[in-house]
Design a protein around this ligand. Structure first.
Ligand SMILES: [Zn+2]
Length: 326
């Protein structure tokens, strides 16, 4: 039934519906889905099933996500400091005419039709890493825990990324890269060896901004993977955003917090977070791994303590996870 508010009013007034439809409704079609737009689209609005071609979704916790184009999922994967509380992995999927689905950890919200599609396909998320204030853990990652989770995407080509030096306190791209390379090539951990097809390539320095916002959400995909620095909420050490289409990752951006105190040296001392260890965790997200339980002792647990250099080395579940993906 083609009926807009104009035609409904016309019906009430007893005016010929056909004439009104043709002359005053024009191209509006009754099976047209409502549209949401603007820079403050709420999850509650998305629940109405609106389509969104551009704009920004604001989560209840304040994280903001520039709506990806139809058919694309953007995932935000944070790392927290221990004790800071894990803000949770988020994915925002633009399912086109089905609307937008939002997943925060395991809870879905947004358009019911889009949620049904995503639940059927189990898509990726965005992840921040938190910091803990507990006693430093120097032990290597766990060899007694086999768990891992997949975010729902993988790369089909090496990750080509650029580094934005803005905000860095020292030249640390090689340290971040060492975190990536914990997951690539021949890997030995916990007495097992695998060969991972995950790969990365550092293109060079760039001034292009990182599409990870200070709120811990994700900006607009630029098509270029950029890693760099910027403020994040206290307790969030880093956030990785990944864009993917039909399970194939197409861009990853990472923001490391300029608010936290870091160590980039091979040894780590004091109330500082080990950049290489946290980068190892973030690259686990970038390659497609999600969080394990905090007590798993694995690289992919959601929160890090200061000088947790053991996080530079994969644990058993981490090794099994990258082997399963690549
Ligand atoms: Zn994380």
């Amino acid at each position: 039934m083609r009926m807009s508010s104009v035609t409904a009013g016309a019906v009430a007034l007893g005016i010929a519906v056909t004439a009104v439809v043709v002359t005053s409704v024009g191209g509006a079609s009754a099976d047209a889905v409502p549209t949401c737009r603007g820079d403050r689209i709420t999850v509650a609005e998305l629940a109405g099933g609106c389509t969104v071609s551009s704009g920004t979704v604001v989560l209840p916790d304040g994280r903001r996500f520039v709506v990806p184009r139809a058919g694309t999922t953007v995932s935000a994967l944070p790392v927290a400091s221990t004790g800071a509380g894990d803000p949770g992995d988020v994915s925002v999927t633009n399912a086109g005419r089905a609307g937008l689905a939002v997943r925060i950890d395991h809870a879905w919200s947004g358009s019911p039709a889009a949620i049904r599609l995503q639940q059927a396909a189990a898509r990726p998320v965005a992840s921040p890493h938190a910091a803990t204030s507990a006693v430093a853990v120097k032990a290597a990652s766990s060899c007694g825990n086999k768990t891992y989770t997949k975010l729902g995407f993988r790369w089909t080509a090496p990750v080509s990324w650029s580094y934005n030096t803005s905000g860095q306190k020292a030249a640390v791209a090689p340290v971040i890269r060492a975190g990536a390379d914990a997951w690539t090539g021949a890997i030995s951990a916990c007495g097992k060896s695998v060969t991972s097809a995950a790969a990365e390539r550092l293109v060079g320095n760039t001034t292009e901004p990182i599409a990870v916002s200070a709120t811990g959400g994700c900006g607009a995909s630029s098509g270029t993977s950029v890693i760099g620095w910027g403020p994040l909420k206290t307790g969030t050490l880093a956030v990785t955003c990944v864009w993917s289409r039909s399970g194939v990752a197409i861009e990853v951006d990472q923001r490391y917090s300029t608010t936290a105190a870091w160590s980039a040296s091979s040894t780590c001392a004091g109330a500082r977070y080990d950049l290489r260890g946290v980068a190892t965790h973030e690259w686990g997200h970038a390659f497609g791994l999600g969080h394990t339980a905090q007590n798993s002792g694995l690289v992919m647990k959601p929160a890090s303590t200061t000088c947790e250099v053991g996080q530079r080395t994969l644990g058993l579940g981490d090794l099994m996870g990258i082997d399963a993906l690549y």
